[in-house]
Ligand binder design. Structure first.
Ligand SMILES: [Cu+2]
Length: 181
């Protein structure tokens, strides 16, 4: 068995052609990708905004409860309708709350196509991943921060919210829903 031992001052040797080519490729790629980030942010529409607030988890929890009470869809008896044990809410355009917690997203939202909503997204316990399927929109729900997403639905249908940040034993059951009419 032979062992390759580099010469003592191999790093002082001039670069090979192959090394130069790969360094150029790597450098070009990293410059292009770095410039693509601000370019994409400024010129494209589907970008996260930069509006967020610090909020205590308790305060966000209470705000979501008030939102559910105010705009919850009522049945004949006057109780808020539920779907899979989660309150269903049909809010007017404007401020909307989505609360992540172990292990659910609440409430279920009924939105109107073409209306503009400001989705306040946060978690009241640990970090959760807010992933809207099948359109693959991804955000993080961070405890202590109210993150505002300006959303105008352009397609009607049923969208599932999957948690894509491992948050504990019931993580895989954490599925929410948004309906767009
Ligand atoms: Cu989760």
């Amino acid at each position: 068995m032979s062992i390759f031992i580099p010469e003592k001052h191999w790093w002082r040797d001039p670069l090979d052609k192959d090394e130069k080519v790969w360094l150029a490729i790597a450098l070009t790629t990293s410059i292009v990708l770095t410039l693509a980030m601000p370019y994409w942010h400024v010129t494209q529409k589907q970008n996260p905004g930069s509006e967020y607030y610090k909020i205590k988890p308790d305060t966000f929890d209470a705000a979501t409860d008030r939102f559910i009470q105010q705009y919850g869809v009522k049945d004949e008896a006057g109780a808020i309708k539920q779907e899979g044990g989660i309150d269903v809410v049909a809010p007017p355009p404007g401020d909307v709350f989505v609360r992540g917690q172990q292990f659910k997203w609440s409430p279920v939202l009924k939105l109107k196509k073409g209306s503009e909503y400001r989705i306040h997204l946060s978690s009241i316990d640990v970090l959760h991943g807010f992933s809207v399927q099948p359109i693959n929109m991804n955000f993080e729900a961070v405890p202590g921060y109210d993150y505002v997403l300006k959303v105008t639905p352009t397609t009607s249908g049923v969208f599932n919210i999957v948690c894509n940040e491992f948050c504990g034993i019931g993580h895989h059951t954490m599925v929410g829903r948004i309906y767009v009419d």
